[in-house]
Design a protein around this ligand. Structure first.
Ligand code: RIB
Ligand code: CA
Length: 315
């Protein structure tokens, strides 16, 4: 099987944790590194959460590194009262102290740059948090850009935002970083709120996951239930959207995603629109398509794949 080499850049975050589980467990994914950024919580917490998930899964052969603690330009924006605390300790999972996964000393930006520069082939970059680490790596070492096969990112919206009416959280946390990434010239797949707010952990999904009687499924259920409880405090949605695994499943089953080539530009000037992903159909050469924006997903097949992975590749 040709494995898919990826770097997963995330801000765990309950839904990021589910994406990490899928990326670690699926045999077709060659996870080269897990890099954490500020976003759902401080980078100290997000890297700790990433390490905790790896420890629980017994995954200790993948470098985990902490990245940007602040956005590149704007003042920090944090919402760690909802997604930030994984609360793994309170789920009663024994975190084996002896084999605890620790972050590696390199900064995530340097790790991303080093891995891409050293790689013979291209690597897919999956981003489920703000784009600060990737943008800084591109600025630090522009030669990494052609080594990036594609950027699959959870973020943006061609409709309403979820932090302001204009902006989605991952973009809003660092719009200037998003501008650098969307201008880099490499293939981008943007999975925005029109899709991710429909990837819902309904009671039926949670029940189906519970039926997969293994430890990893148990962790997934606890995270989804914990996330659902927290999410009720702020969300208009009846069930909790589990945004981030949609980026990993895209790599495995792109055929269930419907995409449209669009010109995506990040609003950086207009204060009320700051962080909007302005998506336009490319009608002129002055605004060529720079992203494949996902406009639909076969949600049933999506969840079938998640449940299949938890059943077939997890213990
Ligand atoms: O807007 C949702 C996104 O922001 C998800 O990736 C969530 O984890 C937060 O990072
Ligand atoms: Ca995230």
């Amino acid at each position: 099987m040709n494995k898919i080499p990826i770097i997963l850049d995330c801000d765990p975050g309950c839904d990021d944790a589910l994406a990490i589980i899928i990326a670690c467990r699926h045999p077709a994914i060659d996870l080269r590194a897990l890099t954490a950024t500020m976003g759902n919580s401080t980078v100290e917490k997000t890297v700790k959460n990433a390490c905790q998930i790896c420890t629980l899964l017994g995954v200790n052969n993948i470098p985990v590194a902490a990245g940007m603690a602040q956005p590149i330009i704007r003042k920090p924006y944090q919402e760690n009262y909802v997604f930030g605390e994984l609360g793994l300790e309170q789920f009663g999972f024994k975190l084996p102290v002896k084999k605890a996964v620790k972050p590696e000393p390199r900064h995530a930006v340097n790790l991303i740059s080093d891995l891409l520069m050293a790689s013979k082939g291209e690597i897919s970059f999956v981003a489920t948090g703000p784009l600060s680490n990737l943008a800084m790596a591109m600025r630090l070492e522009p030669q990494i850009i052609p080594k990036i096969k594609q950027i699959v990112l959870i973020g943006g919206s061609y409709e309403q935002g979820n932090v302001t009416p204009a902006a989605e959280f991952n973009i809003y946390c660092d719009p200037e970083a998003a501008h650098i990434v969307f201008s880099c010239g490499r293939p981008i797949v943007m999975i925005g709120l029109a899709i991710t707010e429909k990837v819902l952990a309904t009671p039926e999904i949670i029940m189906a996951t519970q039926k997969i009687n293994n430890q990893t499924a148990k962790i997934a259920v606890s995270i989804m239930e914990f996330f659902a409880k927290n999410n009720q405090m702020i969300s208009h949605l009846k069930f909790v959207p589990v945004y981030d695994p949609a980026a990993i499943v895209y790599l495995l089953k792109p055929e269930i995603y419907k995409v449209k080539p669009m010109h995506v530009e990040i609003e950086l000037k207009d204060e009320s629109e700051y962080g909007r992903t302005k998506c336009e159909l490319p009608v002129s050469s002055s605004k060529p398509a720079n992203a494949a924006v996902v406009i639909d997903l076969e949600f049933g097949k999506f969840w079938d794949e998640i449940l299949r992975i938890l059943k077939d590749y997890c213990e």
